[in-house]
Design a protein around this ligand. Sequence first.
Ligand code: DGY
Length: 317
Amino acid sequence: MKKILVTRKLMKSSEDYALKIFDVKLNKEDKLMTTEELIHKSSDCDGILSSITEKLDHNVISKLSNKIKIISNFAVGFGNIDINAAKKRNIIVTNTPDVLTEATAEITILILLGAARRAKEGIMWASKKNWKWSADFLVGKQLTSSRLGILGMGRIGRAVADRARVFGMKIHYYNRSRLDKNLEKDATYHKSLESLMSVSDFFSINCPATKETKHIINNKTIKYFPNDAVIVNSARGDMIEDDAMVEALKSGKIYSLGLDVYNGEPDIYPEYLTLPNVFVLPHLGSATTKTRIAMGNLAINNIEEFFNTGKCKNKVN
Ligand code: DGY
């Protein structure tokens, strides 16, 4: 029986499932492991089921036991792992695509609405006793008939588009390549980010974190947006240069921002917490019971598939 280190607590049914298939070291207390602990605890294991809270960089990977053949990440994103360093050590890295598409698209709509309709200020006022209804009290921006620019039309971007269409939004997108007609539906493709941003009343970041997308929203690119644009990010914090964003929020260039992800999580750039026009959630994109169980089971199945066949369809390196 293969031995697996599961670095973080999973949903109970996923842990029970793993116990049926592998000799598993669970993290019952869900205590964050130091790098040394992770290296030590995995030293007699054949695989690691990791989470986004572990940074498996070149240095950590170089110190892993030769026994380890797979790192199965409990996430669709894998920016926490140096996949090339893993490849050089003949360790495959896998992720959990598809199963979290809907949940993440739902949270994107939540932060879109939260930012557009001034939910942070609304919650603040509702908790005081002295709010008064008036015709212009906390008036926000309406989604209906406005243009939504989507950066990254992969599975999650397309699921966001489907939901936004129901609100009557017109979809525009920028992607490495244009989608086939059946996936594109009625969306308008833009050949450049500048072109997409310039028509985006609302803008949703749904691309992976890579060297190319790091700080793609910066001092220069923010200028391309129409005045008063609403931006949301449910992908990874890396895409936004926080200083530039805060400046744009303060100047009114950007109307509001909805965030579920941050640079340096769990830290949040302090001004995002104090500015009234920033609606924040603590990385809840995939956090539904159904999705978290599905992600855990898929991360386990990825390991099983690899040890049974030598391959895995969700391999990313
Ligand atoms: C993912 O799967 O990448 C999510 O962000 C984790 O919640």
